[in-house]
Write a protein that binds this ligand. Structure first.
Ligand code: FES
Length: 151
């Protein structure tokens, strides 16, 4: 008879195991599995590393290495609002560095300001992404207004 730990019955553990099973517990599907976990949980909790490792028969270090290599695999619960400000060449030439520092200054804790490199909106630089929507020809003042309206 197999012993079932109380942790085996935790809903997140069960969901992660089922996601791994959906991908045949295949190690080469690790990225897809991590994307699927992000889709349902918004971040990858540290406890997930060992569950994934056991399911895929790989080491916890391998899972950790992949999660930490890719910036978009969040390891903490995300802020309520996510703002990604482009810092690539076209946007920098239009003042995105100053815009970034001006917007970061005094921003609420429920807003996460992140750097991104090119949103494909270079012609309308400087650009930013606010909760998944692209905005161009921004100033710090306009971006703060957009962030405020998105709350
Ligand atoms: S450089 Fe900023 S959108 Fe392309």
């Amino acid at each position: 008879m197999t012993m079932v730990s109380i942790l085996d019955m935790h809903p997140i553990r069960t969901k992660i195991k089922s996601i791994c099973a959906e991908y045949d517990n295949a190690p080469d599907q690790l990225l897809e599995i991590l994307h699927a976990i992000i889709a349902f949980n918004k971040y990858i909790p540290e406890a997930a590393y060992q569950i994934i490792a056991d399911s895929l028969n790989i080491s916890r270090a391998e899972v950790y290495g992949v999660v930490t290599f890719y910036h978009d695999f969040r390891r903490d619960p995300p802020a309520k609002k996510i703002v990604k400000i482009c810092q690539s060449e076209a946007c920098q030439s239009m003042g995105s560095r100053k815009m970034l520092s001006d917007v970061e200054c005094g921003m609420d804790q429920d807003v996460a300001i992140e750097v991104i490199y090119c949103l494909g909106n270079c012609a309308l630089a400087p650009s930013a992404l606010v909760d998944g929507k692209i905005y161009g020809r921004l100033s710090a003042k306009r971006l703060k207004t957009i962030i405020g309206a998105a709350k």
